[in-house]
Design a protein around this ligand. Structure first.
Ligand code: MG
Length: 409
């Protein structure tokens, strides 16, 4: 079982969580529980760390040592893991807390965004077999056998799936503040529907294309280890939630299962670059070296031996990307460089797309009927993404939701 920040936001909610855990214990299950920090807590710890790295009178560009950053931001989960163990014990349910290094949850040493390398669940298994609920601090692990690491924001989902895989759990239930995965964001489309099931592959695309229900990495681990994951609400668990499963289990495959969007996009265009072998490498090499993740790319046909090339990055990386290109202006030899951060990406996702022709065309027609211009397109076997002006995101998502017959009756 995994509980997010809003589910453990105060002692009353932690007591409610404890009753859900006790219920599973009563049903005869051995239970490991992974908790997030109390809602808002991690943001506070991040802000403190930044402030500490920037004493008054400085230039404000100070960055905390990544290892110490992790020591601070991992603290929120230590508090909730301890509190939940105390609460369970007070209810007569034997429980003990486990910090990342105690499990141990081994990670890479990329502090702040560490990847789980393995969960040695032997000690936890022994304690659970002896009747103790294992209460695990999410989001944190141990790097190089000695330093506290964290898994990136939203990382407790990944902790939970990794613990489930390590234990060989029957199931991983992710309790959160929504009652499952929806066809799209219900705040934008009130007619969005909860999906009773979604294929791992689809969820992976949904998460990486902007749906914020689960950390993308958690879906990768679930898919790799075939961990059945259920997403359900802490407050209305009886609603049923959404089951992540193998695609063979999904009988009715509509062409489109869900629609995701992301506003965290920025577009860069290089005008009039020479159209010669090696030009893409001259552009994307420096970007990779600068640690910039490039997402969509489009290159025009050349007319006069030159061409225009457009690509997207996250807004947070825009400055770094522009800097990397400018530094290599001599080798790239563009006439002009322009950028635009008022763009957004809208994606349709569905494994049914493989079998249905014309799915992309419905998307293009729907957007054109609304007068929305498509700037960049990218596709895979089970998704189509388009880049549009940010102000049309909501309109686009609503129109597409209707066009693919996803609206609730
Ligand atoms: Mg979360």
């Amino acid at each position: 079982m995994k509980f997010g920040g809003t589910s453990v936001a105060d002692l009353d909610r932690i007591r409610h969580v404890a009753t859900l855990v006790a219920g599973e214990v009563k049903r005869g299950h051995q239970v490991a529980v992974v908790v997030s920090a109390m809602a808002g807590e991690t943001n506070k710890l991040v802000a403190w760390t930044n402030d500490a790295a920037n004493p008054p009178g400085g230039n404000g560009h100070g960055v905390a040592n990544a290892r110490e950053y992790d020591v601070v931001v991992a603290a929120g989960e230590q508090v909730t893991a301890g509190l939940l163990a105390v609460t369970l014990n007070a209810m007569g349910v034997p429980a003990r807390s486990w910090l990342g290094w105690q499990i141990p949850m081994k990670t890479s040493s990329v502090h702040g965004a560490a990847r789980i390398e393995g969960v040695d669940a032997a000690a936890m298994k022994k304690s659970m077999a002896a009747g103790e609920v294992a209460v695990v601090a999410g989001f944190q692990g141990v790097a190089d056998g000695e330093r506290i690491s964290t898994l990136g924001r939203g990382g407790s989902d990944t902790s939970a799936v990794a613990v489930a895989a390590g234990l060989g759990a029957e199931r991983c239930d992710i309790y959160t503040d929504v009652d499952g995965v929806y066809t799209t964001d219900p705040r934008i489309v009130p007619k969005a529907r909860r999906l009773p099931m979604i294929a791992f592959e689809e969820m992976l695309e949904m998460a990486s294309l902007g749906a914020k229900v689960l950390q993308t990495r958690s879906v990768e681990i679930a898919m790799l280890h075939r961990v059945p994951v259920r997403v359900l609400s802490t407050f209305t668990p009886e609603a049923g939630g959404t089951l992540l499963c193998d695609e063979e289990k999904i009988v009715e495959k509509k062409p489109v299962t869900g629609i995701a969007y992301s506003r965290d996009e920025a577009k860069i265009t290089l005008h009039k670059i020479p159209d010669r072998p090696g030009i893409a490498s001259a552009i994307f090499g420096p970007l990779a070296e600068a640690g910039v993740n490039v997402d969509m790319i489009v290159q025009n046909v050349s007319e006069d031996g030159t061409t225009d090339l457009t690509f997207t990055v996250t807004r947070g990386e825009l400055k770094r990307a522009l800097g990397a290109i400018q530094t290599h202006a001599d080798t790239i030899r563009f006439r002009d460089i322009t950028h635009d951060a008022a763009v957004a990406k809208v994606s349709i996702i569905g494994i049914g797309m493989r079998a249905h022709p014309g799915v992309a065309q419905t998307m293009f027609k729907t957007l054109s009927d609304k007068g929305i211009n498509i700037q960049v397109i990218s596709t895979s076997e089970i998704k189509v993404s388009v880049l549009i002006e940010e102000e049309y995101v909501e309109l686009a998502v609503r129109a597409l939701h209707t066009a693919y017959e996803l609206d609730a009756a």
